[in-house]
Each structure stands twice: as C-alpha cells, then as structure tokens.
Design a binder for this molecule. Structure first.
Ligand code: 5CA
Ligand code: ZN
Length: 423
C-alpha cells in the first residue's frame, strides 16, 4: 500500500546515544540497539474509525523512537500493517450498509492524511492484509505441516474447517504462552476472552489457542488458498508481514498496551514457530488514552478524531505537543484544556526560538542571562535516550524559553528533529 509523505528530519550537530526503552517481555529497560539499521514493526489500524487521539498517541511514541534512533546515527527500517479484513471492520460495514472494501479504503485514506498533518514518519513497508493473503495461507500451511495448526469442526462453513494454533505444542525455548506479555494465567485468560479470543469454542485443544484461518462463511469475504477458501485470523497477519519485511529478531515490536495480550504474544508465537527465532528483541507498548472516563475506542465511540480537530482549525503542532506532554508508557486522559495548554506552549516557544528570534532578538538574549543551547541539546538527548522521556524535554524547553538561549536556531532545529514541530 501507498504510505504517506515523509517529513524532513533535520540533522543536529554531534550524535545522540542509543535509546533504552522499556521491554514488556523482560520487564526491564533495554538498549534498543542494532548494527546499522534499527528495524521497527508497529501494529497498524483496523480501518473503520480512524484516527482518534489514542491511535495518534501510539504512533507518535514510535515516531519519537525513530527520531531518537536517527539522531543516534542509525538507519531505520519501519513496517506497519493494515488490518483491512477482520470482524470489527466487517461488522461496521454491515451495520452501516457500506461495502467493507470502501470503508477500509476511505479510513486508510483518512489515516494517511492525519499522519501527514501530524508529521509522523511513514513506514517504508505499509502492508494491508488483503495484499498478503497467499503468504499468510502458506505460513498457516507450514504450521499445519509442523503439527502446530489443527482443524476445529466448522459445520457452518461449506469450505472446510477453521484452523487454530496449538499453543502447547508450539511452546519451546524460544516462545511459550506469556513469553512476551509476562502476564499470569488468569489475566491472560481474561484478556483472551475480551480481545477477540474464543476460549469456549468446542473442539479446541486449549482454550487459549488462537484462530489462524477462518474458513469461508456466507456473506463474508474469503479467498481461495492452499489451506482452503477463507480469510486469515488476526495475529498471524502481523507475524507474516513482519517476517517478510523485517526478518526475525528485529529491533522493536511496538503497539498500544491493549495489544500486549493476546495479540503480541500470539504474533510472536506464530513467528517463532515459523522462523525458529524470537520475533523481536524488544516488545514495547504505549499507554492508553482515555476520554470521558473510559479508554478511547472505536467500539465505545468516545472518540476525538484528529481529522475533526484539524478541520476545526486546530494547529496539528499543538496536537503533537499535547500528546508529547505525556510519557508514552503512561495511561492518560484527554481533555480539551490540554490543547489550550499546548497552543500557549507553542506560542511561548515561537517567541523564544522561532525564526524571528535569529536576528536582533537573539543577540539581545545572548548575554549573561541566557542559557547554552548546546547544553540544552545534551540534556534533551539524555532524557530521550532514557525511555523517550518527552514530558521532561518539554519542561526543559519551557525553562529555556523563559530564560532565553544563546542559539535559538539550534533549539528550533532540535524541536523539529525530535518533536516533529517546526516553529
Ligand atoms: N489492527 C490492530 C493491530 S494489528 C489494531 O489494534 N488496530 S486499532 O485500530 O484498534 O489500533 C491501532 C493502534 O492504536 C494499536 O497499536 C492500538 O494499541 C492503538 N490504540 C487503540 N486505541 C488506543 C487508545 N485509546 N490509546 C492509545 N493507543 C490506542
Ligand atoms: Zn498487529
């Protein structure tokens, strides 16, 4: 799929260090290092109601990671999927009488335009599930040949049986259930039931076995394949797309914390069963954004959409700053006042570091009271390398804006390079 256009990322003097980020699997801060190219996979949208501020917040977290990597001298290879065929999308299409393909296409177009407004770095590989049905079916067939996929009696399909992943048979020293999510059995069981799993389906070997391939049903999209007519289950899409484009053992697997289990655990399990290697070195998760007391979600409908804010004339830079004022791993609640605060911050920074300050105004502050922009850059690098601590960076910049700096142009460049905000 076509991605969106890439914003320019200015190069700063010197070099930052490799960031440490929190890994859910090991429950430690891990250096997210690579040889030359950092490889990143971030789960993409299910395109039926894009793009709310929760999505924006998750994608901005991994945008920041990429900017920190670039400053540390890495190349970045970034891949992202689009879940353009799945139950919630099909349900929405049916409920609204829109063709599911049209719904997906229109929402992906909106997502692209939102990402572009927010100046979020695009993936090099932006892959829709409907583009990789054959590779996914081939992967399911390999799992079946290895005894890790099995059929479950599916009387309501004329096309054959649904196929499930055998979590117990797949357990080995590379992966086992809970390896990436680090959760106890009770929590895993609860999340599995809540988040698309079907623990009570008769005929499964283990209640936690996830669906790999859904045999065709009347009125549902399906494709002919080596494992019969049908469509992919959810987790296998990300395993196959990630392995195809990034290979195994890539640097960081990212997404919101609602994907910790079962999605990321199972994706890692499928990938390990296919490649014999861990899917990624670091399993990273962004916190959930709430609104009106609940997680912002398409199914609840408590959404603040980026496109609506932009259409109402909100400066996308203020949206970025409102989000970056929260640590990417924390859960937080959106409130309209956050935008007002971000607009005020933007104005203060523009006055202190904007293009108009490069002339006489800069000279006026570059006396004894002003701070060193170079020292500020070093402090910002330190904060970002420590688990992408953007709230501290914003606070450092606020302080510098009130005292003034000797080189506003350098600060302006660092705000652009790290925060994606061009003053
Ligand atoms: N297509 C799957 C991933 S393969 C999916 O979860 N799609 S999604 O559209 O529901 O979510 C896209 C991304 O936004 C995921 O990383 C998800 O964790 C994140 N996300 C969804 N809601 C929120 C929220 N309220 N706060 C923060 N991130 C969120
Ligand atoms: Zn995914």
């Amino acid at each position: 799929m076509e991605s969106w256009s890439r914003p320019d990322v200015p190069v700063l003097p010197g070099q930052g260090s490799t960031p440490k980020i929190w890994c859910t699997a090991s429950a430690t801060l891990v250096e997210a290092s690579a040889d030359e190219t950092a490889r990143l996979y971030v789960c993409g949208i299910t395109p039926y109601d894009a793009t709310h501020l929760g999505h924006a917040s998750s994608y901005l977290a991994y945008d920041t990671l990429q900017r920190v990597w670039l400053d540390a001298g890495y190349e970045v290879h970034y891949a992202q999927n689009i879940t353009d065929v799945d139950d919630p999308l099909l349900e929405r299409a049916n409920a609204t009488g829109v063709d599911w393909r049209e719904l997906a296409e229109s929402q992906v177009a909106l997502f692209r335009s939102d990402m572009q407004h927010l100046r979020i770095l695009p993936p090099e590989d932006y892959v829709a599930v409907t583009e990789v049905i054959d590779p996914i079916a081939s992967a399911v067939e390999i799992l079946r040949e290895r005894g890790l996929a099995y059929p479950v009696d599916t009387p309501d399909s004329a096309a054959g049986d649904d196929l499930y992943f055998d979590v117990r048979a797949a357990a080995d020293d590379v992966w086992h259930l809970g390896a990436e999510s680090n959760l106890d059995d009770v929590t895993m069981a609860a999340f599995f039931a809540e988040r698309g799993g079907d623990p009570d389906r008769p005929g499964k070997r283990d209640p936690m076995d996830p669906l790999l391939w859904r045999a065709a049903r009347d009125g549902e999209p399906s494709w002919p394949s080596i494992v019969g007519e049908g469509r992919p289950g959810w987790h296998i899409e990300c395993s196959v797309i990630a392995l195809q484009h990034l290979g195994s053992d890539f640097t960081v697997q990212g997404g919101g914390s609602d994907l910790v289990f079962p999605h990321h655990d199972m994706s890692a399990g499928h990938a390990a069963a296919l490649s014999g290697r861990p899917l990624a070195k670091v399993f990273s998760h962004a916190g959930m954004v709430a609104y009106e007391g609940e997680k912002m979600s398409k199914s609840l409908g408590n959404l603040v959409l980026v496109s609506k804010l932009v259409a109402a004339g909100v400066d996308p830079r203020a949206i970025r700053l409102a989000i970056l004022d929260n640590h990417y791993r924390s859960d937080w609640e959106w409130a309209d006042g956050r935008l007002d605060a971000a607009v005020a911050r933007l104005a203060a920074w523009t006055a202190a570091f904007g293009p108009a300050t490069t002339g006489d105004a800069a000279a006026a502050v570059s006396d004894a009271v002003s701070g060193s922009a170079e020292t500020l850059l070093a402090a910002v690098r330190t904060r970002l390398a420590d688990d992408l601590d953007t709230p501290s960076v914003l606070a450092l910049l606020d302080a510098a804006a009130s005292t003034g700096v000797d080189d506003p142009a350098l600060v302006r460049t660092l705000i652009d390079a790290f925060l994606g905000v061009r003053l």
